[in-house]
Design a protein around this ligand. Structure first.
Ligand code: 13P
Length: 247
């Protein structure tokens, strides 16, 4: 069984004042069997890493450049994230794919850069509403899986996050049957390619809240969650972590 993972993606939210939430989470958080990852904006990474160094809470980036260094104004390399205290980085989030035109090949290159820097890549995939309604969800997932994951992915360096685009920040959540169908499909596709696929962590993401966490975590092949809005406050994220621990 993969070890459970509760990951929070703060997106473009948070100034140093928000670090009180992390302190509250660390103080309250005791969830045996669950790894916790928080991905703040890059401006908070080093401070958050320092604030959590005595706790079993990992911090991570939200994106990295595919290159280790160079003339790329505004970008951040995986090595830089690592040096700031990160243990992981999200790659291929749908907001990056949409806002910055990132392709599967870009996501694969960024994930490889993460491995090279010693970071876990949390690789995001998921269909749009149009794709869901036209019945192409599983083929879209297949294309993203094939193109976004480097060949040297392992259960130790890779987490896959299934985030239906239409469920992100909308309050709309797929049925547990829909989540289960996609997660089982992802597991089977990974198993055809990677010998340790059974241990790769598959996260569900999209409008996860304390109120729906129990149902989502009961679905087979769901090893945790990638949480956006509900990861910003300890009072929201803490109960999700507890639900995962109890699942
Ligand atoms: P929400 O939990 O706010 O829907 O965001 C999900 C997400 O995109 C996490 O990466």
């Amino acid at each position: 069984m993969p070890r459970k993972l509760a990951a929070g993606n703060w997106k473009m939210n948070g100034t140093p004042a928000a670090l009180t939430e992390v302190a509250a989470l660390c103080a309250a958080h005791s969830a045996p069997g669950v790894d916790v990852l928080l991905c703040p904006p890059a401006t908070l990474l080093a401070q958050m890493a320092a604030a959590t160094q005595d706790h079993a809470l990992m911090v991570g980036g939200q994106d990295c450049h595919a290159n280790a260094s160079g003339a790329h104004t505004g970008d951040i390399s995986a090595q830089m994230l690592k040096a700031a205290g990160a243990g992981a980085v999200i790659t291929g989030h749908s907001e990056r794919r949409t806002d910055h035109g990132e392709t599967d090949a870009d996501v694969s290159a960024k994930s490889q850069a993460a491995y090279d820097a010693g970071l876990i890549a949390v690789i995001c995939i998921g269909e749009t509403l149009d794709e869901r309604e036209s019945g192409t969800t599983l083929s879209v997932i297949d294309t993203q899986l094939a193109g976004s994951i480097p060949d040297n992915a392992t259960a130790a360096n890779t987490v896959i996050a299934y985030e239906p685009v239409w469920a992100i920040g909308t309050g709309k959540v797929p049925t547990t049957a829909q989540i289960g169908e996609v997660h089982a499909h992802i597991r089977a596709r990974l198993a055809a390619r990677f010998s340790d696929a059974a241990d790769m962590r598959l996260l569900y993401g999209g409008s996860v809240k304390a109120s729906n966490a129990d149902d989502i975590f009961a679905v087979a092949d769901v090893d945790g969650a990638l949480v956006g809005g509900a990861s910003l406050k300890a009072s929201d994220f803490g109960p999700i972590i507890t639900a995962l621990s109890n699942a």
